[in-house]
Structure formats: structure tokens, C-alpha cells
Design a protein around this ligand. Sequence first.
Ligand SMILES: [Zn+2]
Length: 316
Amino acid sequence: MRSMFKMFIQINKILLLLILVIMSSENFAQKQPPLNELLPAESAVILGKGTEPPFSGKYEKLFATGTYICKQCGSALFYSDSKFDAHCGWPSFDAEIPGAVTRKPDPDGRRTEITCSYCGGHLGHVFTGEGFTPRNTRHCVNSLSLDFVPTKLEPGRYGTAIFAGGCFWGVEYFLQKEPGVVSVTSGYTGGHVKNPSYREVCTGKTGHAEAVKVIYDTRKTSYEKLLKLFLEIHDPTQVNRQGPDVGEQYRSEIFWLNSEQKTLAEKYIGILKSKGLNVATRITKASEFYEAEDYHQDYYFKTGKLPYCHGYTKRF
Ligand SMILES: [Zn+2]
């Protein structure tokens, strides 16, 4: 009897140990989001190791404070305080975030290629001994390989999500408050006009939706969590409007960057439909995202006003 009791205790100990091992391995093996699918011009540079035309990139003359991340995988690569104007036509940095960038001999036998250490995506080339800055180094990077986040990020990978759900001020307001979200940018996407202005989008003729681009810390939150929140802070049943704002530019739409995001969007819209909601939200592959004018960014934060057509409704 006594030996049976001992065996029972022993089995319990083993079970407890197993549970602990499983729990800790889950913590260590944090799921990394898949790579973003690239637009043709981005793919030509990042995968095809091409070079964008000089003076054509959107970050060449940008000197705002923040972090440049990899377009394909979201790794933090360069801080704005290492950026300088080399007048060469491409964004130039005299230092990388330690470990984020890999150097390798270029097939041309002369230059040194730089790639993202996480995904291997092509960034550009690095040159030394030119005397531009005391560090004597110039990472010459294609804007197309980068995304800019207007805040200083810890090293690591960051996820991107793009949502449209009516006036972007309201969607931005609620997503900005979510833990793990590091930046929300209001802008326009899904249309056919390049670099549209607010006035143009308001005509409803550009095809663009008012949308937000969310950058989040993959260690603190997930696309799934943000997607569910997005579907709860606007009314996904309204067609081409949101509250008092009427027009195609105020439609509800999820712009996915990879097939996992697409699958999750379909899953959660399916759940809402199974609950009887006549969901109008479109699910579309992300295209070029154009930042809105400065006065639209952080609108409610700057004005101290409160959203007039967005609010939280528990749906999951
Ligand atoms: Zn990368």
C-alpha cells in the first residue's frame, strides 16, 4: 500500500514537471509573424537585389526622429540619429542597430552588400573610408527596403496591420491606446491615385479608403488581438459609411500583408457572420499606403476631443 502511494506521488511529480516544461517551451518559442508579401517594386529591390533610381525614394530626405524597420520582416534596422545626407540619392546611415544588418561581398567583386540579418532581404551596400561622418561608414539603403516608424524602437521584430473603418481619427484613437502598439499612422490606401490629398480622397473618386497603419511589438501583442479590437471599435455592418461619415472612403476594409492575416480576417468575419451580423468589411491585399497630411495625425490627442463615431462594442 505504501509503495503504491509512493508511486502515485512520483507520477504526480512527473506530470507536474511535464506541464512546467510545456509551459516554458511555449514562452520561449514565441510565434514570429510571417514575412510581408511585397509589392512588385519592393520585390525587385528586396528579393531581386535591385536598386531604386537615385532621389526617388520617400526616405531620402526624411530626417524625422524614429526607427527604420525592414519592409519584409519588420526588424528594427537603423535609428534616425545615424542618418545623414550624403547627397547620393539614397538614405544614408553611418551605423546599424547592432546585429540587425549583415555584410557580404557583392557578386560584382567590388562592393559590400548589406542585407537584413533576420530575413536576408537586400537593403543596399555599405561603403567605408569616405569621410562623411566620424564613423566613416555609409550604409546606402533603398527606401523601398524600409518602413519608417516615428518612435525609437527596441531592437527586434515589429508587425504591421492596415485597417479602414470610417474616419481614421477614431480608428487611430482606439488602436493607439492598445498595449503593444508602438505607432498608428493615418493615411489612404486601396485606391488608384498616387500620393492623394485629403481633399482628393474626400471627393470619393480616388478609390482610396481612410485607413490606419499600425506598427506593433510582436512580443507584447498579436495581429489576431488587434484585428478583433478593430472589429469591435467600429460597426463592420455599415456599407460605405461609418456613422455620420458617408462615402466609399469611409468603408470597412482589412488590408492584409500576408496570408496569415488574410486567414485570420476571414476567420473573424466568419465568426461575426455566424452571430448574425451582416458584415460589410472587405478583405483585400494591401497596396501602397500613403500617409495623410500632418494635421490628421494624432488628431484626438492633439485636440483633446473625443471620437464622435467610434466606440467599443464587445463582439467576441
Ligand atoms: Zn528583414
